[in-house]
Ligand binder design. Sequence first.
Ligand SMILES: NC(=O)c1ccc[n+]([C@@H]2O[C@H](COP(=O)([O-])OP(=O)(O)OC[C@H]3O[C@@H](n4cnc5c(N)ncnc54)[C@H](OP(=O)(O)O)[C@@H]3O)[C@@H](O)[C@H]2O)c1
Length: 325
Amino acid sequence: MPKTVRWGVLGLGNIAKKFADDIKLVPDCKLEAVASSDMSRAKSFASIYKVNRFYDNYDDLFKDSEVDIIYIASLNNNHYKHSANAIKHNKAVLCEKPLAINESQVKDLVYLSNERGVFLMEALWTRFNPVFDQLLKWISEGQIGKIKYIYASFSFNGTDRSHDSRLFNPEKGGGSLLDIGIYPLFLSYQLLGYPISIISDAIKSETGVDKQIAMIFSYKDSQALLYSSFSHNEDMRSKICGERGEIYIDSRWHESKSITLSNNKKTKKKIEFIGKGYFYEIVESNKCIREKRIESNKWTHKNSLDLVKLMDTVRAQNNIIYPNE
Ligand SMILES: NC(=O)c1ccc[n+]([C@@H]2O[C@H](COP(=O)([O-])OP(=O)(O)OC[C@H]3O[C@@H](n4cnc5c(N)ncnc54)[C@H](OP(=O)(O)O)[C@@H]3O)[C@@H](O)[C@H]2O)c1
């Protein structure tokens, strides 16, 4: 593997631009090629980000021998297809969350990654945020004792978006759970593990996907209240409460730059952040590729499988079904 990790980006929409801004900040890697279904979008993206090669189809990117890893930034319903295709062409994959729509698709991707010996990771960028490392450090030091309660929520007002938008269209894998509810689920899962039981209740859009959803995850001696919504804004601060203190991740917690510990004294940590926050998952992917790993030990294949199982359970409780499942 060359010293410089060569990235390709597939699907040149909103998130791809932010990601491309952060690639520029990471040492020893470069954005080598991009692909869109639309030639004018590919050309304009390549010109802005000074990319050597641009394609108006994804196959050419899969076949590009000078690309080591592809960042999949297409819509949720296409993550499985695009990631599988990339791996079959022996390209490492960093795929936007959710890694796929359901457990069966994630299982297939993990199987392919193992079979081909190719790196695969879900782009759960919050896991790689330095604030998250601080959170884990305080918890492992016992600063708040045993966790008893987690509150995590992710909402924004998306009521101006059409039924055909990626937020609401089931064909595009819409719904607040898969788009943003995945973050609160992740926080609870990462800190407390797989819950013993789940209660959830969704309010659905006319399109059949959830526009807001509330969940209670119960553990042996603790609980998590989790929520996501496209119906309103909110101050997104999360709380982790233990028997000896609390930790507050400041707003917006999933991309936070500061975190507060409150036990016998109050400690606020502000973290110097590089880029928009995607920097850290890029660094982790590069490291794994150089070490010839097929998964990160910070966000493993099993972690992605567990997370999608949790989302499948919540969807089943609320009869949220995607086309062709
Ligand atoms: N990590 C984060 O902070 C974050 C934030 C927002 C979104 N996301 C995730 O990133 C992914 C993309 O979100 P986005 O906001 O970037 O979406 P977007 O801008 O609406 O679309 C992304 C790309 O999807 C393809 N696409 C759009 N409409 C399509 C259609 N009708 N049929 C087929 N392909 C279509 C296009 O690819 P082409 O250019 O190839 O045509 C488009 O450029 C989603 O999975 C979302 O969950 C992550």
